[in-house]
Design a protein around this ligand. Sequence first.
Ligand code: GL2
Length: 829
Amino acid sequence: KLGERKAKAEKMFGLMDGFLKNDAVSLQKDILDHVEYTVARSRFNFDDFEAYQALAHSVRDRLIERWHDTHQYFKKKDPKRLYFLSLEFLMGRSLTNSVTNLGIQDQYADALSQLGFDYEVLAEQEGDAALGNGGLARLAACQMDSLATLDYPAWGYGLRYQYGLFRQIIVDGFQHEQPDFWLNFGNPWEIERVHVSYPVKFYGTVEEEVLNGKTFRVWIPAESVEAVAYDNPIPGYGTRNAINLRLWAAKPSDQYDMESYTTGDYINAIVNRQKAETISNVLYPDDRSYQGKELRLKQQYFFVSASLQDIIRRFKDLHNNFDEFPEKVALQINDTHPSIAIAEVMRVLVDEEHLDWSKAWGIACKIFSVTIHAVQPEALEKVPIDLLGSVLPRHLEIIYEINYCLMEELKKIFGQDYDKLSRMSIIEEGAVKCIRMANLSLACCHTVNGVSRLHLETLKTRVFKDFYELWPQKFQFKTNGVTQRRWIVVSNPSLCSIISKWLGTEAWIRNVDLIAGLREYAEDPDLHAEWKNMKKVNKMRLAEYIETLTSVKVSLDAMFDVQIKRIHEYKRQLLNILGIIHRYDCIKNMDESDKRRVVPRVCIIGGKAAPGYEVAKKIIKLCHAVADKVNIDPDVGDLLKVVFIPDYNVSVAELVIPGTDLSQHLSTAGHEASGTGCMKFLMNGSLLLATADGSAVEIAEEIGATNMFLFGAKVDEVPALREKGTSLKGSLQFARVVRMVRDGHFGFKDYFKSLCETVEEGKDFYLLGYDFASYLEAQATADRAFVDQEKWTQMSILSTAGSGKFSSDRTIEEYAEQSWGIEPCKCPF
Ligand code: GL2
């Protein structure tokens, strides 16, 4: 039988003409075939966008080949697999990344130019897949790249939102939000799997059922929605492995509201059916507080339930005993958002598979691990009990049961310490009784990870102090990392060539530790010349972009100083703007000879504010108000330009980061769990001006604190400084710049009043006033360093050379070993 099947497969393979070929002629043929048959345009008449679509489909074909081979191989070897559950993935563009990882960029560029197209121009046609808010979501994307490259048998699971993160448009300096219709022109990177779909149930009641003399609780749901799989192949670099990111879309189920049909209300029945799709419609745009929204809970359960059905089906294909489940399955909960997975696993094992409770709990505790990405308590999700009980009544019962067991265990250890018990309880008492999703995860997961060393300290000593004291062995950290494939190879090809040339190998693209070899040449004048030239070319590209977008002309001799990230008070874009105002004020008061000593700056800020976040929106407006005044001031000229880059996203970051001289990371110490932007800048040889927060502390250890500009209060000083309320300490300059804003120097006096109040004496929670003097000092040190271009270039080379640790490859290897217990499974070529 097996022989027969093999012969048949070989015959079919023969008919397919073997695997797709990657020579220029084959690529051209494939692209043209897709123009004609997929895009349905004449091969004699198609535009850049259509050419991009055809190109994308031809790349996708190659991805699918690898994807099939990888999954067949995984199936044959049946290794323990990692399932990475995340509500957000910020993938950005796929074309350049895929082509790079497949290793056929030159062939494609060649093939296209023979067809009269430019590869880079076509790459610009692609929109960003923005199914996430910020660092957390982009981290998940970087980690998928590393999982594939390092040959780990992994799957990503998430939601296929119809609308990604909103588009930011700026009107008169104010942010407006527009929906991101990212699927409107189709998405060639996904494969719709109509046959891979699962019903996901909601609402209803719980009843008792007796089976073989035993009583079971049975959930009788009232609503069912179909989850349909969309697969997104993720190719590794320098390997045949391509793993899968499976995103679920909600579709009406056939079982949905049958009653309306039978009662004859046909139109309304259809309208109601369509409502099912709203579950996967839209990504929540707040990245730190989502308390208690029904739709959010439904999104979480929807993707968790579908993913678990899929995972269990795959397990059951080869196994029939759940004792083996922990040997084959590791489930990673990315932040607290998918925590409901714990209750769902318990429900499936107990209610459907009829395992007893303690056995099921034992399995759950072995398979789950969680990473916490936040510091702020408001980012730890809580769901009101009434809401959970209505949407998922059986899960509420299960969570109560888990909590009961937890409390019993805690009582044995802590006796009557009710304060402690109530802090650790999964259920939060209060006016609105809530489920603490983080505590649910802490109770079950065998490892709880922070995202930098400092962050773990915060978790241990503040956020989860009680849990740490109880289970110290669970608590670990894995300092975040980013993928050098996207952040150097794809986005900074000139730097990529320089590194490969000086190291004499491209091996660093898979083994980034090798990049430290650049240190040896940090003073070599030839490398300096190439490095400076690379920076200049990238600055030129950025300057053109800025001019097209904002009409501001910037000088390439100026220091390009950049802060791009979500706008948030704790990230202190306001500190940056107040610093710019100070610089402006100084220049205005200088005579011509002093001006000659000023280091010219282009201050670039970009980022989105959550739509309901008023203070953040005012910060964006202030940035524009200052830019409007400064950029046309003849006293200032090229000494200072201020630019706000609208609609910041992954692709914009890929353009801005390589052209940056100095990047700013200004979070009040203790507030940024890790930060990952700083790592991308570091890889690209931008110098960092940063507080000793999150991963910046570890960056300083790697490159040496003298190669960056550190400033500001340290984490352990912050609480006392807040107590003292010393906002204006030692800084008349701070008082002066705040007054300039408050007095209407940049217009909009009334509008900025409340913004100024946030940094008033006694209210300055993020300590802008306290840190201002030290911030200005760090800025002045950066200016002085920039004057000495040789020194600056050396520091820049040392930054890149010291960035090896901050690769997501290292992070993933640590997770694989310390949290997931998985091994590489490399598909043979
Ligand atoms: C974040 C943290 O704020 C950030 O410091 C961290 O680098 C990333 C990734 O771990 O996670 N948490 C979060 O909700 N967002 C983040 O960027 N959006």
